[in-house]
Design a protein around this ligand. Structure first.
Ligand SMILES: Nc1ncnc2c1ncn2[C@@H]1O[C@H](COP(=O)(O)OP(=O)(O)O)[C@@H](O)[C@H]1O
Ligand SMILES: [Mg+2]
Length: 224
């Protein structure tokens, strides 16, 4: 469960988001739409505590994120995986090593880590490319590595910030298929997107932001 209770975030005098209220249940798939500068990224970064609200409360499961002591932030981050438009992979590490990053912090046995890497590479369809480096991959494959890394650990929530923004339509759909599969396995997904075709075809809940405010929150909806 993710709950925003009257959340506002200001930078000095300018307001990035204002009076945001929503509740997202475990296992939901939600699109966050709105033009550039509307406040989508701000909302995502408030969930994993990269940002603290100026007022209001953010809850992830039973954790009040804004009151979490610094020492507990890694515990929150384990539950929340983040995927970016520009992938942010480690270019000096292989596909398998990029996925392993989120497992190494969990203090697991190496046999467990290897098993989980194999499972994840199977989900993101990169088994054959385990030992490739990011530069040897297509953009779609690079984004699949990033998704694998984001969900490899104890992730309960996947936050995807315009994950198809750099990809052609066919590749975007390949990425959506994988994200949908991850959602079907029980993980909550919140995806910020400008992709009208994808949002309209999926018929999922849509939260629309304009100038920092929610102007629409609709189940089984479309882009506009
Ligand atoms: N670090 C920052 N300092 C000042 N203003 C910011 C900062 N980050 C975001 N903003 C402002 O907050 C608003 C929302 O930005 P953002 O959440 O990135 O929107 P979106 O992801 O929908 O494009 C914008 O007006 C943006 O300029
Ligand atoms: Mg953004």
């Amino acid at each position: 469960m993710i709950l925003f209770d009257n959340v506002s975030k200001r930078y000095g005098k300018s307001t990035a988001v204002e009076d945001i209220n929503f509740k997202i249940d475990k296992g939901e798939f939600v699109f966050l739409v709105g033009s550039s500068g509307a406040g989508k990224t701000t909302i995502l970064r408030l969930i994993d505590r990269e940002l603290l609200p100026s007022s209001g409360s953010v809850f992830v499961s039973d954790l009040e994120v804004n009151k979490l002591p610094k020492s507990r932030v890694p515990f929150l981050r384990r539950k929340v995986g983040f995927v970016f438009q520009d992938f942010k992979l480690l270019n000096d590490r292989t596909v398998a090593e990029n996925v392993a990053v989120s497992l190494e912090i969990l203090d697991r046995q190496s046999a467990d880590i290897d098993k989980r890497i194999r499972e994840v590479l199977n989900i993101v369809l990169l088994t054959e490319k385990a030992n490739f480096f990011p530069k040897q991959l297509s953009l779609g494959e690079q984004q699949r590595v990033a998704i694998g890394r984001a969900v490899a650990g104890e992730t309960e929530i996947l936050l995807a910030d315009e994950p198809t923004g750099n990809l052609d339509p066919k590749t975007s759909w390949d990425i959506l298929k994988i994200i949908t599969e991850i959602n079907k396995q029980g993980k909550t997904v919140i995806m910020a997107s400008h992709n009208v075709d994808i949002v309209n075809s999926m018929k999922k809940r849509v939260i629309e932001i304009s100038k920092g405010k929610i102007i629409r929150d609709q189940k089984k909806s479309k882009y506009s």
